[in-house]
Design a protein around this ligand. Sequence first.
Ligand code: PLP
Length: 377
Amino acid sequence: MIYLDNSATTKVHPEVLNTFVAVNEKFWANPASIHTFGHQTNELLQSAREQIADILKTSNEKIFFTSGGTESNNLAIFGLAHKYKQRGKHVLISEIEHPSIIETAKKLSEIGFDVEWIPVNSEGIIILDTLEKLVRKDTILVSVMHVNNETGAIQPIEELSKIVRAQSRALIHMDAVQSFGKIPVDFKILDIDAITISSHKIHGLKGSGLLALKKFVEIEPILYGGGQESGIRSGTTSVPLAVATAKAIRLAVTDLQNNILKLQTLSDDLMVYLNTFPSVKVISPAKKAPHIVTFSVQKVKGEVMINALQEQDIIVSTSSACSSRQTKTSHVLKAMHISDDYIKGVLRVSLSTLNNQQEIDQFKIVFKRVMNVIKGD
Ligand SMILES: Cc1ncc(COP(=O)(O)O)c(C=O)c1O
């Protein structure tokens, strides 16, 4: 099998799995317990927090372990909006966010927040001129993802933060689920206040991730209980998952520049190839993350292509794993005004550093065969 659906999930790295098993075997105490075993387990947890804080360039107490990207996004949107609601009720969200942001923002508007949507251009990149007009003195939160999961488009976060900072005291949250480990991400490079990371997108374990805040940024909890994770995320912290997450994060940033180069070479090669087919339209913009190539075959349903490729052991997806089992059209592609001829035929190839040139070459052979049968190309 050639697995090219790494934006949906990645294969767990053996070192991450070993870490998870080892911590479960040796340090399975409750990190909140006051006995020595509890202390030792807690030390491991704090060391995982410290390693992540170092990489993201924030302080240890601003790393909150969660069950993954969805929970971190819910926590960021609800938690920041509630914490800063004395300053205003205005919230700005991009139109192309993951459902875990969009649905949460819709809930905010149901309880009295004033949520407005930042539009994107035909390349799926937020329109900064419009953002400038939308930001107000009472804007308290702006949430825009770093890399779009359906198209790979990199959003202009640095420019966005300049605009937001010039006109308001709003907090900026960035969903880095598809960017962390693929392009540089930290609080120093990007002038933002909150970052969401999901472990299973970076060869970590499903059901784990984190929300990181910049130093001095505060948040309200969305889960109440025993007060773990500094009161922000109650529930016994899974130390094995936290330590495995720290491992996945460390591995993801090791050799980042070489990994970017490798992914870029593979995706450039694929894009050049896809552009040779008259009925194929590449949807990913020029300014895209190195691991995602999204394209569409004119007047052919995505599912038809996925099944035909799968029969020959190639695994790809429609534009997002979340929407691939739903029949409704992607909100991202709609926001980009992709034409009717192409919108139903969108496919996403998403790579990881485990992929290689031979696999891309094999993809090309199979794709040509499939196109020949289906389109006569
Ligand atoms: C951009 C983005 N944000 C959030 C999520 C949700 O992450 P998780 O699966 O860890 O809940 C995903 C998952 O596909 C994603 O691509």
